[in-house]
Ligand binder design. Structure first.
Ligand code: SF4
Length: 337
């Protein structure tokens, strides 16, 4: 049986690519690359379980591949082809995932790899010259099928050898979604995420946090990226202070805080803050920084003076008076303006 390895984002285009190949009797092995929030720090893997079950219901297996650690070093910190509008290293990212998919194809003895890419849909990665570049740099072009635009591209080996019937693939080009939506209807695909809910590396606020850490703490790790998902972020000297915005964020910060300094209101409900020092810093975290964290907690509790518990890394606790940080200070130190 012909089998193929697909790079699946979970979006409509990749679901359609799967269907087009399944309709030709091809066995699908899906790969979903986790490039942001390492499984190591996720308490709740429901999202992945749901994705895997949805894949099984659709007749294929989905492997979640956690590549965050390597991705930070090999792609995000120094992308050969640069960033997009924000901190999205899209071209390097595509190349990286395709290479990984190629390795997996060889490992399991599959016949080719595929993706849901559409010619001309994204300027940084899907213009014809970019697709050709990706083919060349990965060395996998002949084995990389793009079922949604195949009729507009050079035939790949699976098409040339008859493993895939090229005439049953699509020739979609551009940013429009009409054809994809019509195909989804034809294939009975009713649930799919909107294209706007994209990757956080393309998000301006998230990108500010990445820029800050790249400037101050270039040795950052997956744990730092995990913290970027939550709260309001402030930079104070050699520390980042993160203040939760709601109950769920406070819980997430507390759970992951480990041996970090942490602050919470003593008697009233309110935010948790954690202090993360740049990894290269050898200084002791100053009282000034702890005080700023305490005052941030006061600001985001009721914007009134309150008592705040400070939990230190050695397990001791202290109660300090929190006086709300002034608006101008909050703005000055906020990372993602
Ligand atoms: S949007 Fe995100 S996942 Fe997609 S190519 Fe760019 S960096 Fe990679």
């Amino acid at each position: 049986m012909t089998s193929a390895v697909g790079i699946l984002s979970g979006g409509l285009d990749s679901l359609l690519a799967v269907k087009l190949l399944q309709n030709q009797g091809i066995e699908i092995h899906g790969l979903h690359f986790e490039i942001l929030f390492s499984e190591k720090y996720q308490k709740n893997n429901e999202k992945y379980e749901d994705m895997k079950s949805a894949a099984l219901e659709s007749g294929y297996t989905l492997h979640i591949v956690d590549i965050v650690d390597d991705y930070l070093e090999d792609v995000l910190k120094n992308p050969k082809y640069g960033y997009g509008k924000n901190m999205n290293p899209c071209l390097d990212c595509h190349i990286y995932m395709i290479k990984k998919a190629g390795e997996f194809m060889k490992k399991i003895g599959a016949d080719f790899i595929f993706s849901g890419e559409v010619l001309g849909q994204r300027p940084m990665t899907q213009m014809l010259e970019k697709l050709i570049l990706i083919n060349k740099v990965t060395g996998l072009g002949e084995y990389l099928l793009r079922p949604l635009s195949a009729k507009l591209l050079e035939p790949t080996i699976p098409e040339k050898t008859g493993l895939v019937n090229r005439s049953k693939l699509e020739g979609i080009e551009g940013r429009g979604r009409k054809i994809q939506i019509a195909l989804a209807k034809e294939f009975g695909i009713t649930e799919y995420p909107s294209p706007a809910g994209g990757c956080l590396y393309t998000d301006p606020g998230f990108s500010c946090r990445i820029k800050d850490i790249m400037t101050h703490d270039p040795c950052f790790t997956a744990r730092d990226i995990y913290f970027m998902k939550y709260g309001r972020h402030f930079r104070f000297d050699d520390c980042r202070i993160i203040v939760g915005r709601d109950f769920a964020e406070n819980n997430a910060l507390e759970e992951a805080s480990g041996n970090l300094w942490r602050c919470s209101p003593e008697t009233v409900p309110g935010p948790t803050s954690v202090i993360i020092q740049d990894s290269g810093s050898e200084k002791k975290i100053s009282d000034k920084i702890i005080k700023f964290s305490v005052d941030l907690v006061a600001r985001y509790t009721k914007n009134q003076p309150i008592k705040v518990i400070v939990f230190s890394p050695d397990g001791t606790e202290e109660i300090l008076d929190g006086h709300p940080v002034k608006d101008e200070d909050s703005k000055q130190y906020r990372i993602n303006q």
